[in-house]
Design a protein around this ligand. Sequence first.
Ligand code: GLN
Length: 476
Amino acid sequence: MSLRTYFSLQEIQNEISQSQLTCTELVAQYLHNIEKKKHLNVFLEVYAEEATAKAKEVDAKIANGTAGRLAGMVIGLKDVLCHKDHGLQGSSKILSQFVSQFNGTAIQRILDEDAIVIGRQSCDEFAMGSSNEKSAFGPVLNEADNSRVPGGSSGASAVAVQADLCLASLGSDTGGSVRQPAAFCGVVGLKPTYSRVSRFGLIAYASSFDCIGPITRSVEDAALLLEIIAGKDDYDSTVSQSTVPQYSNLLNFNKKVKIGYLKESVESEGVSFEIREKLQNTIDKLKTDGHELTPIELPYLDYLLPVYYILTTAEASTNLSRYDGVRYGMRSANTKDLESMYKKTREEGFGKEVKKRIMLGTFVLSASYFDAYYNKAQKVRRLIKDSSVKLFEQYDFLLMPTTPTTAFKIGEMNEDPLAMYLADIFTVHANLAGLPAISLPIGKDSSGLPIGMQLVSNYFEEDSLLAFSKYLMNKN
Ligand code: GLN
């Protein structure tokens, strides 16, 4: 069996059109890789038979010229995305045995274009975490170094692409969950503008932040997937009505741009030396190419994480109140009345991190603290948004590392949850402001661990963000 690694759908489709490859062979190859790399703990379920059958169907469609645009794309889904008649549990015990009754909009759209879904990928429970250690199904391992985390919460989805278990994954990003694991695993992770992609069929964590986004090896695939999943949708009233550009046809980039790079990220000791060095190299190269690079300060940097954690826990405490033992998934066997059923189900079903966040969120929403925390945080969020809009009056893109360090060791952050929250310091900004952002692999540190760089653009400018990303990837 050929064990070639494919970097983009285009490569696969070229081979298919030259009769060097079939979807059936491709699926067999990925299934073989999944079996060989089981120890990484990526998939909660692998749809071997179904993917093989679908591959045959797509091969037939290719032969008669009726195949969709994603023919040849083998994809994995983070366990927060509704996929009809398939298990779905947010990697939580509380949703054991739950089966999705419909397809989320993004899923329906990739299926309509003939993507082949190969399985359901683990994540931090209800997408809360930065390490994929908080899944009810145990930690997921980084393929670059099995003693390290892949990042989170879409950690498994990033490892799946890194370890060649599928060509792409769909994840979700509330505070960095697509970009941070993409950085730790050396792949591309895109968080679109808030409201660009329908959230219908995405398990809600913090609804005013949540975004579905692709994890891929190439910028081209990220562009194509976004173009397919984005756009208006009757099932999500928050989704943008604006037309979706054909991102994959707009990837040529040949102008000079103004970039604001985060001064702290090349100067601060809080960012690891090798990351600063790599970022500085990129900055120097871009300057040589005639782009204008200016050091900037990200307004309210010190407030980003506190505001993020106040607002997301508040929203999570509301969203997760639906898991009560009545409507979805598991119900505790040790109950004697209605109240004990609620309590026991939630006590046994939720993991520690999720409980912590529900309690924090309930606290910041409680009558006596609502103004002091929740309302105040909303006001600061508005300031963060407004100051971001101002930045884009001067700059085309913002540039910074995706993460302050490379992948940390499994268990390393157990004693210090705040240190773990710091892993998101550079990613939460885009979610607070609702801006699109992408993490691109820009090399490795001396221990061989991937380093990611983040680019942020103005609202709905994914077209130039992606085009510039492609240009940058070609330089590296
Ligand atoms: N690590 C962040 C959190 O735990 C981000 C999670 C996410 O983007 N889903 O909230």
